[in-house]
Design a protein around this ligand. Structure first.
Ligand SMILES: C[S@@+](CC[C@H](N)C(=O)[O-])C[C@H]1O[C@@H](n2cnc3c(N)ncnc32)[C@H](O)[C@@H]1O
Length: 282
């Protein structure tokens, strides 16, 4: 009996996620079910519904619920320089080679994509790291850091670039002083850093589309963990095709590329999860 209920529940969940995709435009069909069901419970309760089927009726009557649901299903935990070791290794393993090559080729454009940027902590950290690394040569480059996410709320906050004291806890005092303006209770990212960022909505599950090509570096951190294996593989395939050659891919600490990409990506640091698309793999 228990397994019958579980089975019919999972069919109803499939139907609900199909509806959310078809009518709401958010594709959670291939997300790992644990997080999705836990967080859905919250929305069901908030909507005053008991079953997935009731909730589908609620969605029909309240289409604004789709966005609330998407906000609740996405986990926005982040932080400035969230993985300090990764940022340290990016400065050691990625930036010197990348910058020297650009200078040699007299190429001014440097393009980075932060694929699940949450409230902006990651792309602003990247911009600050570039500013630190390049010093006065920063202005020799035309830098674009594309920062995308499916949380419209997170993108709105990211664009504002205003953070609380708690948000910037752990950020070195020298970095705070150089790249933020302290206004009463908040820290605002300085405008010369913000100028490098371009925020927009992009859903990583739409793997048939590549919003950018020829990128120097892609950060795809702490989002793949929520996706099932087959979708992870499609997302990483799309990201691989969006990179220039050479180009660098940085994943979250617990994320790894699938075996289908292992001989196309050279691992530069297995702990920092830094990979290079090189001539060899093309
Ligand atoms: C845990 S945060 C990671 C933030 C940042 N990359 C980091 O490592 O600190 C996960 C982010 O992925 C976003 N996200 C989830 N599914 C997504 C999708 N299909 N496309 C784009 N972003 C997505 C969420 O909205 C959330 O902002």
């Amino acid at each position: 009996m228990a397994s019958m209920i579980a089975k019919s529940d999972s069919t109803a969940l499939d139907l609900l996620l199909e509806k959310v995709y078809r009518d709401g435009g958010y594709d959670f069909r291939e997300y790992k079910r644990g997080t999705v069901t836990r967080r859905l419970e919250r929305r069901l309760r908030a909507a005053g519904t008991r079953t997935y089927l009731d909730y589908m009726g609620f969605l029909d009557a309240h289409p604004e619920e789709y966005q609330r649901l998407a906000e609740d299903l996405t986990i926005k935990t982040s932080g400035f320089f969230r993985s300090p070791y990764t940022f340290q290794q990016v400065a050691r393993e990625v930036l010197p080679g990348l910058v020297v090559r650009k200078i040699k080729q007299r190429e001014r454009r440097l393009r980075v994509w932060s694929t699940a940027c949450a409230r902006g902590e990651e792309p602003y950290s990247i911009a600050i790291q570039l500013a630190e690394f390049l010093g006065h040569r920063l202005w020799d480059f035309d830098i674009s850091i594309y920062a995308t996410d499916i949380s419209r709320q997170a993108l709105h906050e990211a664009r504002a670039g205003i953070y609380s004291a708690k948000d910037v806890e752990g950020v070195a005092a020298t970095v705070l002083e150089s790249y933020f303006t302290h206004r009463s209770q908040s820290y605002v990212v300085r405008s010369d850093i913000r100028r490098m960022l371009r925020f927009s909505y992009f859903d990583l599950t739409s793997t048939a589309r590549r919003p950018f090509t020829g990128l120097d570096c892609i950060f795809c951190c702490n989002v793949l963990i929520y996706l099932r294996g087959a979708l992870q593989e499609r997302v990483l395939g799309m990201l691989y095709n969006s990179l220039a050659t050479p180009g660098y891919l940085i994943l979250g600490e617990v994320e790894t590329p699938p075996s289908s990409l292992s001989d196309k990506l050279e691992c530069l640091d297995s702990k920092a999860k830094i990979y290079k698309k090189s001539e060899r793999g093309r």
